[in-house]
Design a binder for this molecule. Structure first.
Ligand code: E4P
Length: 253
């Protein structure tokens, strides 16, 4: 089980990498745009290389920006050549349900040995087909599934059961987080990986009652120090003048 972070923001990635809790990063064109990245592929390349270096050898998922079959193949091969820890994201099908994406996924994995993260999936049946095609990662958009009025927990359970039953290598990435509690719930339901937004990761970590408890510990540590200082001052005051002279300690009584 592993946590990936769902962002293209370098400062956020660096912050959580230093804590030792991340095992990968996922991005997509919308995330990169939201993080202020404009300028197309050359800019994507710069940001990708920066993130990939920062998290190496953990994987960084980067999505192709076209749904044309040949261009997808060409772009995916190009993305994968930038550095050795890139997984190429390909959507399960095109914007109008075009089905050549699975062929691209299969070709990239089997012919070119490129790791593919199949993305934008809403059901166990889509994940199963992506896994049969050879995907390294199958991304189930759990938050979006819930938003449609279905329970993503059922889809996660079914997906995990099928992958195990058919001994398929694909790892499930539960994506599209919306709430702090998603992470534990989705792991429990069978996700191998959950990719999470930075503010939710902070929400997982920081608890108001932990803050209160830490404050109490620090307060009491300070009190105990002050008590010790007061006690030794009292001991000095109570010492006979002669012994203070011998120890060459001078005190004002
Ligand atoms: C991750 O790989 C996905 O691209 C991401 O979690 C999608 O999230 P969204 O539903 O918030 O767009």
């Amino acid at each position: 089980m592993a946590i990936f972070i769902d962002t293209g923001n370098i400062a956020e990635i660096r912050k959580f990498m230093k804590m030792g809790i991340l095992r990968g990063v996922t991005t997509n064109p919308s995330i990169l745009l939201k993080d202020g990245l404009t300028g197309g592929l050359p800019e994507i390349k710069k940001r990708t290389l920066e993130i990939a270096k920062l998290i190496h050898p953990y994987p960084l998922s980067v999505e192709v920006t076209t749904n044309d079959k040949d261009k997808m193949l060409e772009q995916a091969r190009n993305l994968a050549s930038w550095t050795d820890n890139i997984a190429v994201k390909i959507t399960i099908h095109g914007p109008e349900g075009e089905m050549h994406n699975l062929e691209v996924i299969h070709t990239l994995e089997h012919q070119f040995n490129i790791r593919v993260n199949v993305t934008a999936m809403m059901s166990a049946q889509q994940c199963l087909l992506a896994a049969f095609a050879g995907a390294t990662y199958v991304s189930l958009f759990c938050g979006r599934v819930n938003n449609m009025g279905y329970n993503c927990i059922d889809e996660l359970r079914k997906t995990r059961k099928l992958l195990d039953q058919f001994n398929l290598k694909s790892k499930i990435i539960a994506a599209s987080t919306r709430e702090v509690l998603n992470v534990v719930e989705w792991f429990e339901a069978g996700a191998h990986i959950v990719t999470i937004l930075p503010p939710l990761l902070e929400g997982m970590l920081v608890h108001p009652y932990s803050k209160e408890t830490v404050k109490q510990f620090l307060r009491d540590a300070q009190k105990s120090e002050q008590i010790a200082i007061r006690k030794s001052a009292e001991e000095i005051i109570e010492m006979p003048i002669e012994s203070l002279k011998n120890d060459s300690v001078s005190v004002r009584l």
